[in-house]
Design a protein around this ligand. Structure first.
Ligand SMILES: [Zn+2]
Ligand SMILES: [Zn+2]
Length: 68
């Protein structure tokens, strides 16, 4: 129980698995709330050099460009 960490709407138990905050249906996706946890997650993935996450890395670059 809590409020959406992005828009403040009262929400149930939609916890982001990357940053651990609560979000409403609309902002639950990491991309929708500029998730900081997923940045760390991706960083760890890159650090490990997991090639299976190649698609993920491409998305990271896109998001990074988008943010700046
Ligand atoms: Zn929201
Ligand atoms: Zn998050």
């Amino acid at each position: 129980m809590g409020n959406c960490g992005f828009c403040g709407v009262k929400t149930g138990a939609l916890k982001c698995r990357f940053c651990g905050k609560n979000f409403c249906n609309e902002h639950h996706a990491p991309e929708k709330h500029s998730c900081k946890g997923i940045d760390e997650f991706r960083y760890l993935m890159n650090k490990r050099g997991v090639e299976n996450y190649g698609a993920f890395s491409t998305k990271e670059k896109t998001l990074g460009t988008f943010k700046q």
